[in-house]
Design a protein around this ligand. Structure first.
Ligand SMILES: *[C@@H]1O[C@H](CO)[C@@H](O)[C@H](O)[C@H]1NC(C)=O
Ligand SMILES: *[C@@H]1O[C@H](CO)[C@@H](O)[C@H](O)[C@H]1NC(C)=O
Length: 400
């Protein structure tokens, strides 16, 4: 009899891999008994139903898991009004004019006038927009069939002063949800895709905090790209089928870098770092099975054109793939600009009754590439992702 019970316990542990419930069950789980009602041991264990809520039906389609920073975040940073003007507007994305081009003009926690990169990847996979944020799903113990978005504005490979979870923390949170069964192995096995959007916040901090010699910067770039590669590896090991990882856009063209000279030209020194980062990243993940480098550098360069190449770091792609870009009359000037260089888009004097607007907003965001001091407009993302769409779709297409 003891032998039989041991055998049954072994069976149940094995069953955990199939039904994706926590493997640390102390005693037979009623859900197993529901699935295997003929196990004699279940007769004594199963409590009267309904005690355990039914698992959601197993998803059968593809799903997307998003990691990174403001290029991909869709609402993970807590909307805390007391923090509104703290940390240079870290949660400005929850307030007007963010989201001003969305259907209902409501800020959704995205760093744009509407959609961000993760929404466009999701659209390529057949979803209307990015899977819901971790904050609105995983943190509450469930996972949407289309996946989950863990990205948080201002994040990076390294710990961020503003407290957003860094990339490895986001992946660790994902791993915890896989371990506990909130994200099921069945969901991961069915064409799951991850996006890693790390867009240079690590380098922002370096230049401000420690203007190091170039040797140090090169070592730091190696560390940052190694961090991205390590996260891509871990996601694959956890069962994600395919990983998309952004390379670094021409960071010297961001309005934060060009404001001092009236948005007249990209910062060539800042831009020179991007190809170094990108060569490192390509070296680390370029040949990995199931990992694809999304060439944001080429896509941004295609739209910004000679502005990038004149700073000496062209990716050599000045073609018009993805469309002509004459619509962007303002390639370096942001649509939304704070009056004060230390302010932020959406900044006010903090008076709830009589808020004074401390920023200017353009009339037509469709004609601007940058929305705020570092994030693209929805129109820019449309152009950038059109440039990349064919390559991404080819990578995501099921092998046969
Ligand atoms: C927003 O409007 C567009 C065009 O009218 C529509 O296709 C889309 O479904 C709407 N999205 C939402 C979230 O309502
Ligand atoms: C890079 O990472 C190594 C190993 O963690 C560390 O010792 C080194 O200080 C880092 N270098 C820079 C420039 O961050």
């Amino acid at each position: 009899m003891a032998k039989l019970i041991l055998l049954l316990l072994a069976l149940m542990v094995a069953a955990c891999d199939v039904c994706a419930i926590p493997s640390r069950v102390q005693r037979p789980d009623p859900r197993i008994c529901a699935q295997l009602p003929l196990l004699p041991i279940c007769a004594n264990i199963a409590p009267p139903s309904p005690v355990v809520p039914a698992n959601p039906p197993p998803p059968t389609g593809p799903s997307l898991f998003v990691f990174g920073d403001s290029f991909a975040d869709n609402g993970n940073l807590a909307k805390d009004a007391t923090q509104r003007v703290a940390d240079n507007g870290l949660i400005r994305q929850w307030y007007v004019p963010y989201g001003s081009s969305a259907n209902d003009s409501t800020p959704s926690g995205r760093f744009s006038n509407d959609k961000v990169q993760s929404d466009f990847i999701a659209a390529m996979m057949g979803f209307e927009k990015s899977p819901p944020s971790y904050a609105s799903t995983g943190a509450k113990g469930h996972c949407h069939p289309t996946g989950m978005n863990f990205a948080a504005g201002s994040s990076g490979v390294y710990a961020v002063p503003r407290g957003a979870p860094q990339l490895s923390d986001q992946v660790a949170t994902f791993a915890g949800l896989v371990r506990s069964g909130v994200i099921s192995k069945a969901q991961l096995a069915a064409d799951s895709v991850a996006l890693i959007a790390i867009s240079g916040n690590d380098y922002d901090r370096v230049s401000v905090a420690a203007p190091a010699g170039f040797g140090d910067v090169t070592a730091f770039i190696k560390n940052v790209t190694s961090g991205i590669a390590a996260s891509a590896d871990r996601l694959k090991k956890l069962g994600v089928g395919k990983v998309l990882t952004n390379n670094l856009h021409p960071v010297g063209c961001a309005p934060s870098q060009t404001r001092a000279i009236g948005y007249g030209a990209c910062d060539g020194v800042a831009n020179a770092g991007a190809p170094v980062h990108n060569r490192n990243l390509a070296h680390l993940v370029g040949d990995k099975e199931g990992v694809f480098v999304v060439n944001l550098h080429a896509a941004f360069s295609s739209v910004l054109g000679s502005l990038v190449s004149s700073s000496g770091s062209s990716s050599g792609s000045s073609n018009t793939r993805g469309g002509h870009h004459g619509q962007f009359q303002h390639k370096l000037t942001p649509c939304c600009e704070s009056n004060d260089p230390s302010g932020f888009c959406g900044d006010t004097n903090g008076d709830d009754v009589n808020p004074e607007q401390l920023y200017t907003l353009c009339e037509d965001p469709e004609r601007y590439f940058y929305w705020d001091e570092m994030n693209p407009t929805q129109a820019a993302w449309t152009a950038v992702m059109a440039y990349l769409e064919e390559d991404i779709k080819n990578f995501l297409a099921p092998a046969n």
